[in-house]
Design a protein around this ligand. Structure first.
Ligand SMILES: [Zn+2]
Length: 166
């Protein structure tokens, strides 16, 4: 991780917004780093198998609109703060106590490049056993567009696939 740069904004910014568009912000590019968080806390807060964040210095982050829509929740156990859009529920910012000058923003909120690829995985030990782990997929017969993972072979022969519910 590089030192916090001082002074003016960089030449390039990456803009992000929530699902309803009410909250908009930008960071200076390149961001500090990008990472996948497999921990239980982000999993629950974002409702996903794992969350992918872009980390930016707070000094290189600017709100563009919708500050009044941003709600903040502090986790009592960790002291971390999570913000979200109070209108559409999109998770916005994740501030960790151990890195108080850093703002972690879901990568999915940016439409343009942030200058960092997500190459780091944190809290892998907390990854759930139902997360997709790049198992080989094949088309599900009779359901165009649906791929599935064949169950592992069982001692008592092959299990029939369950009836899909979509
Ligand atoms: Zn919103």
């Amino acid at each position: 991780m590089s030192d916090e740069p001082k002074g003016r904004r960089s030449a390039v910014q990456a803009e992000g917004r929530c699902a309803c568009g009410g909250v908009g912000f930008e960071i200076d590019v390149p961001a500090v780093w990008a990472w996948h968080d497999h921990g239980a806390s982000s999993r629950r807060a974002q409702g996903c198998a794992y969350a992918t964040y872009v980390g930016s210095w707070k000094s290189r982050f600017r709100m563009l609109e919708g500050e009044a829509l941003v709600s903040r929740y502090e986790e009592p156990q960790t002291g971390a703060a999570r913000s979200f859009c109070s209108r559409c529920g999109t998770p916005l910012f994740y501030e960790r106590k151990r890195a108080p000058r850093m703002l972690n923003i879901p990568r999915a909120l940016f439409e343009t490049r942030t200058g960092r690829e997500p190459r780091y995985h944190l809290n892998l030990g907390e990854a759930p056993d139902w997360a997709y782990r790049q198992e080989p997929l094949e088309p599900l017969k009779g359901f165009p567009g649906v791929m599935w993972t064949r169950p592992r072979a069982r001692r008592s022969g092959r299990a029939a696939p369950p009836e899909p519910m979509f």
